[in-house]
Design a protein around this ligand. Structure first.
Ligand SMILES: [Zn+2]
Length: 75
């Protein structure tokens, strides 16, 4: 229970975690050629949403859709 609450809290305060693919750099650099590729996983931001935050976003979107649907029905 406390662990769940702590996880939910940390997800709310720190919704992002460093991208696993590029280790938070947001891009890859080739060691020989001077080419910088943006990381596809995080779109060059170097951060990805945490799983808990994604669930929260999905929940919030579902609630918003539900509310808009209700409003449409009332009119
Ligand atoms: Zn990345």
């Amino acid at each position: 229970m406390i662990i769940t609450l702590g996880y939910a809290w940390s997800c709310a305060v720190y919704p992002y975690k460093p991208c696993r693919s590029c280790r938070g750099f947001g891009h890859f650099r080739s060691p020989f050629l001077r080419v910088i590729r943006l990381c596809r996983r995080c779109n060059g931001t170097g951060r990805t949403l945490r799983g808990g935050r994604r669930a929260y976003n999905a929940l919030a979107r579902a609630r918003r859709d539900f509310r808009q649907h209700n409003r449409r029905d009332n009119h």
